[in-house]
Design a protein around this ligand. Structure first.
Ligand code: OGA
Ligand code: NI
Length: 383
């Protein structure tokens, strides 16, 4: 057994409402892991216990830290008014969407069809869910959750991560209204369901526009298949005493077709600009919080379908010491049984298939069994 220094034996006693006491030593790996991950206290529980310094397990190696020096100015001019897609400026707006998907892989939309009051409610219920005592949330931990469609957890794949992410989440997969009502957490099910319903048309329209601009014909049922599975996550990023050495979410791309994301006013979402020769030359751009707007980003699936023309965006989230942050993404992905591969028209035109055909379910399994590592997830489908 390794000796523990006296100053490291900061033992915290947390009294749960059940009157059970849980004790952990915050630089003892097992003890910390049990408290945060297995017992479901999350990062929120850690912060509530009053810690003043992040535990070692949260300290990122230097190359993963978010270095302010290499962060470019935030882009203010990439907000697209979606109502214009139905008006005389259709072509111009479609072009702007396509251009964003081909370059940064990120843009923001307004007049998106999701009511503004609903956006406010989503942020409120996200805070409400995480404000609950740990044992209320822990019923949705993997392995005990009453439904595989609801999962509460922390970080991304804690078992495989050297350094944990400073984030708790609850993930709700949509199968049908009945299941959502029966299994999703009471605190958030109504608003989360409404969010899915009111954003679905926008997602289809965006996808139709993007696929259309590739010169590819996709009928309605193919479009439906490509966004047939929907997962709403509520992410909670508690305040962090040492934001400079941690990450909220490490560099990654999303696995699906298109992600719709609501963020609050705190900021901290960064996207990588273009390809760079080395990690030192990377440029990251902040996606600025815009009241009433939704963030859209291209996922791996759309990069694969478009034979590499649309860019699945590499992004990450910084932590802050001032206020806890919430975000609410909807991951629109193909159904697991759907085969994804570059559209044949594009392969014919490009003379090369940059990706092989895979079942989306396999792609998803691979995605969830590896820790976040930039765009490595795409290797699974490389030709
Ligand atoms: C994600 C993600 C960004 C954010 O959940 O995949 O990238 O702003 N979230 O929380
Ligand atoms: Ni993401």
């Amino acid at each position: 057994m390794q000796e523990i220094k006296t100053e490291e034996i900061i033992t915290l006693h947390l009294i749960f409402s059940s009157q059970m006491a849980s004790t952990f030593t915050y630089n003892d790996e097992n003890s910390l892991f049990n408290f945060v991950v297995k017992e479901g206290n999350g990062v929120k529980g850690l912060v509530d216990s009053g810690l003043t310094e992040v535990p070692d397990r949260y300290i990122q190696p230097p190359q993963h830290r978010i270095n302010k020096l290499h962060i470019a100015e935030s882009l203010k001019d990439m907000t697209i008014d979606l109502s214009e897609l139905d008006g005389p400026n259709h072509d111009q707006v479609a072009k702007a969407i396509t251009h964003a998907a081909e370059t940064l892989g990120f843009f923001q939309v307004v007049n998106h069809g999701v009511p503004l009051e609903l956006l406010e409610s989503l942020k409120v219920v996200a805070h409400k869910f995480f404000a609950q005592p740990a044992e209320k949330k822990a019923v949705y931990l993997k392995g005990v959750s009453p439904s595989p469609m609801v999962k509460y957890g922390t970080s991304f794949v804690p078992e495989k991560e050297k350094a944990l992410e400073w984030k708790d989440y609850v993930s709700m997969t949509y199968t049908n209204d009945g299941d959502a009502h029966n299994f999703w957490p009471n605190e958030c099910k109504e608003v989360a369901l409404e969010y899915i319903k009111t954003s679905t048309e926008m997602v289809k329209k965006l996808l139709q526009t993007l696929i259309g601009n590739l010169g590819v014909k996709a009928d309605d049922s193919r479009l439906d298949e490509l966004v047939g599975l929907k997962m709403v996550n509520m992410n909670f990023y508690p305040t962090c005493p040492n934001p400079e050495v941690t990450v909220g979410v490490g560099r990654h791309s999303d696995m699906g077709t298109l992600t719709v994301l609501l963020q609050d006013g705190i900021g901290g979402l960064y996207v990588k600009k273009g390809e760079s020769a080395s990690k030192e030359d990377e440029e990251w751009i902040e996606i600025p919080p815009i009241d009433g707007a939704l963030v859209i980003n291209v996922g791996d699936t759309l990069q694969i379908l478009s034979n590499g023309r649309y860019k699945s965006a590499e992004h990450r989230v910084r932590t802050t010491s001032t206020e806890s942050r919430v975000s609410v993404p909807i991951f629109n992905t193909p159904l697991p049984v759907v085969k994804i591969g570059p559209f044949p028209e594009l392969v014919a035109r490009d003379g090369v298939a940059r990706y092989r055909e895979v079942m989306f379910g396999e792609y998803m399994n691979n995605f969830f069994s590896n820790s976040h590592d930039g765009k490595k997830s795409l290797d699974f489908a490389s030709a």
